[in-house]
Ligand binder design. Sequence first.
Ligand code: NAP
Length: 529
Amino acid sequence: MNIAGNLLIGQSARRGTNGVSYALDAASGERLEPGFGGATLEDVDTACALAWAAFDVFRETSLEARAEFLETIAANILALGDVLVERCVAESGLPRARVEGERARTVGQLRMFAGVVRAGDFLEARVDPAQPERKPLPRADLRMRHIGLGPVAVFGASNFPLAFSVAGGDTASAFAAGCPVIVKAHAAHPGTSELVGMAVSKAVKDCGMPEGTFSLLFGSGREIGQGLVRDPRIKAVGFTGSRHAGTDLMAIAAARREPIPVYAEMSSINPVLLFPHALEQRGEAIAQSFVQSLTLGAGQFCTNPGLILAVEGPALDRFVAAASEALVRAPSATMLTPGIHRAFETGVSKFAEHPQVQTVARAQPAAGAHKGQGALFLTSAAAFREHAELQEEIFGAASLIVRCPDLQTMLALIESLEGQLTAALHIDEADYAAARSFLPALERRVGRVLVNGFGTGVEVSHAMVHGGPYPSTADGRSTSVGSLAIRRYLRPVSYQDMPEALLPEALKAANPWKVNWLLDGKIEIGRCG
Ligand code: NAP
């Protein structure tokens, strides 16, 4: 498979006619061939028409067929081999090992969703059999399952060119739910997007899925992205990126004649709380792992530790000194795009010039295109409370340490925070009582509370929550990582007194798919015949 710069609209690969754009080599800033033809609104219309036509067929494919489809995408991505890895390294500037790891995560995610589909629990099948003799009124036969919402528009994320892009978590969970997907590719990695897009398109063909199950479009967010979200045949949106773009999409989706859910993962500063005993006993060691987490992947993770809260005193001073020393030794790293680097520099300058903020360390500068030079800042609890701008995410390796006079102030600051993806507590047993008193506030503010670690390195599993109250995500009832992500794209349908011949397979009396039922309110495991 070669990169040709084509749109993939159903099974047709064709050149877009709405301008040409190029990928940049992230390390050198040089243009990479070939050019990518942009999509027009007519292309959006064609992709939506195909997706809509595919929906009823795709969502009724058997669990086995859909699971095999997901596994085939995974196999086709692996079959792209080094071509994919090399292009992804060039476009993203991420090290080869990270890209290989991300490919493994992408493939693992697809396979995990194949398992979820095979198990059939996502259908949440429920059966309340008729009670014709019930007095004073008989009960009707009621059966319920979940179906896919409809075609989903997915916006590829810049910071996960594989795991949260064309065949990433949003796409895998939407397919698993039975929803066709139209991806708006991220301009930061178009070649990677086309290669993965071809792997998905091939899987559609290999597995005999309807043509409109998948399309990939290149073009601007404002024209093509918003055009997709406005299209009445699109029924949900998956997005990872800036708060600005996410909230624009939320507004557009809410203003539609039929409003639709937008699952946007936007901004989070992921507070890290250093409790007194842990800080006293092992502050220097925590500082080392903090700087490792802060600078990982040039800090371009939504779970990057952007805020440290601790009680002032000699132990915190030692932590600041150790973290500064570690950061000064850390090399600057290539950021994903010139735009992301500019946004990082702007955010860092704002903090550096803030009268209430002290710059305590910068990472080692480095020559080369858009290198992100890590930054560590210090401020007081009073300044943090007064200046809302100090809560803003600086996407990249930048973090703010807030000195609090006492634990009550630390708790009050947690209460003042916007919604977050994660909060990390550093505690020893002697800190448990204090930590316990923070938990209610943390549960209200964040999607994942973790202990003696950092939020980076998000496990793709069943109990993971990568979500949180606004603005960390648009809808804190969901997660974009892990098997629960499938719920975003499902809705329940109930069937009352439906003749057996018309019931969906999962709800037929003989339960041919052998899925688990909630029978009259009690779990019934894979009921057979
Ligand atoms: P972005 O600017 O939000 O772009 C993400 C996607 O949305 C792109 O495909 C973009 O298309 C599209 N888009 C942008 N503005 C739009 C709008 N008003 N309406 C519709 N679509 C729109 O994010 P980015 O390029 O990845 O990075 C920029 C900043 O986003 C970063 O500096 C960082 O602050 C933040 N970010 C946060 C996270 C996180 O996980 N928290 C992850 C990535 C980025 P175009 O091709 O037209 O740009």
